[in-house]
Design a protein around this ligand. Structure first.
Ligand code: HEC
Length: 232
């Protein structure tokens, strides 16, 4: 038995190593119970990302319900494509246009929180730096030669990278560092949320199940006492 466990563990080690090998060493606080943060993340997503990226497995109405917003609030602040609140979050840009304009069509972001993970996303959105050899004048060590422009540069400011790979801010953006970190954290939280909206309810269901089991155990105990009362 023990050797089977050891073999399984040995087989898993390289898988775990390669899965975690690309994950940058940053900490990002994922908190799907922080509704206000998720609302801010949604606002940033729809203002700065949804013009190029779809989240086509998600509906605006689901975002409204999960993030405790009314359909009117979502329609007024998050739908810029003329879509209905009950529609999926799609973009007007066709993949062909995307490829023609950027050299690479902007991918759908519904599942990116799961495919890349929050740490990668956080590091990616903080690592744009100037690079005059690139078409947009920027590059990103997390996705070298990225076809995506530095869409948050007006907020973060412009960064340069030195020979050791350290990033420095050279031009201020409209947000200071702490504010920008907060914005990226909220945005990453939103991307994690759209990748698996059911996660939000799963936690509360778990608590209810445990409470039910505890109550049931207590009732079973009372019943057992009742049944065995006369035997002893
Ligand atoms: C002007 C169009 C445009 C906007 C706006 C834009 N992106 Fe992108 N994005 C792209 C393109 C093009 C790519 C493909 C990059 C590549 O593969 O080289 C991309 C790639 C990405 C990727 C990498 C996906 C992967 O797994 O490879 C992520 C993550 C991403 N974008 C997130 C965002 C976020 C978050 C925002 C909003 C803050 C945003 N993008 C705004 C065009 C855009």
């Amino acid at each position: 038995m023990r050797s089977i466990i050891r073999t399984v563990l040995l087989l898993m080690t390289p898988m775990m190593a390669s899965a975690s090998g690309d994950v940058p060493d940053v900490h990002v606080e994922v908190d799907l119970a922080n509704i206000a943060g998720l609302q801010r993340g949604a606002q940033t997503f729809f203002n700065y990302c949804a013009s190029c990226h779809s989240a086509k497995y998600q509906r605006y109405s689901r975002v409204a319900e999960d993030l405790e917003l009314t359909y009117d609030q979502v329609a007024a602040n998050m739908v810029f494509t003329g879509a209905k609140v009950t529609d999926h979050v799609v973009v007007a840009m066709t993949p062909e246009d995307g490829e023609r304009w950027f050299g690479q069509a902007p991918p759908d972001l519904t599942l990116v929180g799961r495919s890349r993970g929050p740490e990668w996303l956080y590091a990616y959105l903080k690592s744009y730096h100037t690079d005059t050899s690139r078409p947009w004048g920027v590059n990103n060590p997390l996705l070298p030669g990225t076809a995506m422009p530095a869409v948050l540069a007006s907020l973060q400011g412009e960064q340069e990278i030195d020979a050791d790979g350290h990033l420095h801010l050279v031009t201020e953006g409209s947000l200071n560092e702490a504010e920008y970190d907060r914005l990226v954290t909220d945005l990453v939280n939103f991307l994690v949320y759209i990748g698996e909206p059911a996660k939000m309810v799963r936690g509360s269901i778990g608590v209810k199940v445990i409470m039910f089991l505890m109550l049931f155990t207590f009732l079973a105990y009372l019943l057992k006492r009742e049944f065995w009362k006369d035997v002893h």
